[in-house]
Design a protein around this ligand. Structure first.
Ligand code: CA
Length: 532
């Protein structure tokens, strides 16, 4: 076994087993620390203030910042309010000018001198936690964090995503809410213009797009309508695959892992997609048009349908109202696949791939886990989602309703909320009600329709691999993935006839079966962990 970087640091402070009292000599906190095994030392105070995390005012440094929500700001109101309630004040260590967060993380880790709390990616926690950079949270949660304990018991997938193969939990993830991610949107006004019904099956979809691109629904006398389009040049085309029951990557059915490209359905999907492309039912520029595809094709009154995020795709109706007569680009349920199954393979990941954890040198891990726990209380969760009561939201009939300051701002609502520190990417549980309040009714209807019809497929879980497995994956995966992406593009563009048997042979040569084996082993461990 190779020497781990942080073991020497830890050995010096004898913190290996979690006997963290040894850290109490920190100048920030002259009082003796309660040890992890101390029994509810703040019982008396708990009656006055259930959120108190430390009896003495405690200042902890925090390394926190992401591209989405920016660098931690000491003046963020929700963290000031949390300090009043918990007696724990956070002090950011990153300068506001940081833009490359992974580089900054690497520098801090390499220095060995870590801020008390660190926000990082799950892969970083799972790598550097076992090496000694962070504290395992299992016992701390069990003994001092009732809200987190309850949450993790009720959400074993989240617990698993934050734990290594030995069951040690290294961080509290940011937990997203809401299943709905992507859905189908179609020009419903064009359906009416051409006297067509909303397509309910893959065959009906074929007929509808054929009519759209041939029968001039935009009425300009030109055959200029574009069929299925997408703004993502690499994965956009994958939105169609499920119609033929094919999948671009790994999936698990009845605990059996499959790799989509190796399955016979994949060949059928590709042959059909090549046919659709040839007949003009798929955007000729699907692999090149890129990020602005949706803006351009909709504003130019040319795009027929896409498969994309509900909230942002629903917005075009408002944007283009009055500009294109009768424009209605509206959500529809996925057309049933070739086997008659209505399903949506996309689904939001709950445990996002980042969160926050406790550094090995943290002066008061017990107070820190209690502070983390505050954000999982009702009050803490509300602040983390909605900001400050009376400012960004008011309670109306028991619900946090955003004020005009958020909903009628020139900025995006989420950016206004983030100015309070809310919805920044630390360890808390998102409440989808925050997003619902500015998602247009139309997109909300689509989301609800998908939910009511229970079309969301289970996501392929985030699996944990052993070091050897990881090395093998890193060796095999890039070649396999490149070959798949290149071949499917050649097939769809008609540069090469679809030959699935030869494709599978080549994939096997590149080690695709071994990838399945490795995934199956990791998946089996994952299931065993959930059932513990
Ligand atoms: Ca036309």
């Amino acid at each position: 076994m190779k020497m781990k970087k942080f073991v020497s640091v830890l050995a010096a402070t004898t913190v290996l087993t979690g006997a963290l009292a040894a850290c109490s000599s920190s100048p920030k906190n002259a009082e003796p620390e309660p040890t992890q095994s101390a029994e509810a030392p703040d019982q008396g105070n708990a009656n006055e203030n259930p959120y108190l995390a430390s009896e003495k005012p405690l200042k902890l440094t925090v390394h926190m910042g992401t591209k989405d929500s920016g660098v931690f700001n000491n003046d963020w109101p929700i963290f000031k309010k949390a300090a009043e309630l918990t007696n724990v004040t956070l002090e950011g260590t990153l300068p506001v000018t940081v833009s490359d967060f992974s580089e900054t993380f690497s520098i801090v880790i390499a220095s060995g001198s870590l801020p008390d709390i660190m926000q990082a990616l799950s892969k970083d926690f799972l790598q550097y936690g076992p090496e000694g950079a962070f504290l395992s949270l299992n016992d701390l949660i069990d003994e001092h964090a009732p809200h987190l304990k309850k949450f993790m018991e009720e959400n074993p997938q989240v617990r698993s995503a934050a734990s290594d193969n030995d069951g040690n939990m290294w961080f509290i993830p940011f937990i997203a809410d809401g299943e709905a991610e992507k859905g189908w949107f179609i020009r419903k006004d064009w359906l009416e213009t051409l006297g067509l019904e909303e397509p309910k099956t893959v065959d009906e979809l074929y007929k509808v797009i054929t009519a759209f691109v041939n029968d001039d629904p935009n009425g300009n006398g030109k055959k200029d309508e574009v069929g299925f389009f997408h703004r993502n040049t690499s994965i956009g085309i994958e939105g169609l695959m499920a119609l033929w029951n094919a999948y671009p990557s790994f999936r698990a059915f009845d605990d059996q892992v499959i790799f989509g490209p190796l399955e016979p359905e994949y060949g059928d999907a590709m042959a059909n997609m090549a046919k659709w492309y040839k007949e003009g039912l798929i955007d000729k520029e699907i692999f090149t048009r890129g990020g602005k595809a949706r803006d351009i094709l909709l504003a130019d009154n040319l795009g027929s349908l896409t498969h994309d995020f509900f909230a942002s795709t629903g917005n075009y109706n408002e944007q283009l109202q009055g500009k294109i007569e009768g424009f209605r680009f509206e959500p529809m349920l996925p057309p049933a696949d070739v086997n008659g199954v209505v399903k949506e393979p996309s689904k939001r990941d709950r445990a996002k791939n980042y969160g926050w954890g406790i550094s090995h040198s943290n002066p008061d891990p017990v107070a820190t886990i209690k502070y983390f726990d505050f954000w999982f209380s009702e009050e803490g969760r509300r602040m983390a989602n909605f900001g400050i009561e009376g400012d960004t939201y008011n309670m109306v009939d028991g619900k946090p309703i955003f004020t005009d300051m958020v909903l009628k701002s020139d900025k995006a609502p989420v950016d206004v909320i983030r100015e309070t520190g809310a919805q920044s990417n630390f360890g808390f549980q998102q409440d989808y009600f925050y997003e619902e309040q500015w998602t247009l009714p139309l997109a909300m209807e689509g989301i609800n329709q998908y939910k009511e019809n229970d079309v969301f497929m289970d996501k392929y879980p985030v699996l944990k691999f052993t070091e050897e497995e990881q090395n093998e994956l890193q060796k095999l995966s890039p070649k396999v993935d490149t070959y798949i992406v290149e071949t499917r593009q050649q097939w769809i563009l008609g540069a090469k006839p679809v030959d699935h048997a030869a494709f599978v042979k080549e994939l096997e040569k590149l080690g695709a079966r071994r990838l399945v084996e490795i995934n199956q082993a990791a998946y089996d461990r994952y299931i065993a962990e959930l059932n513990q």
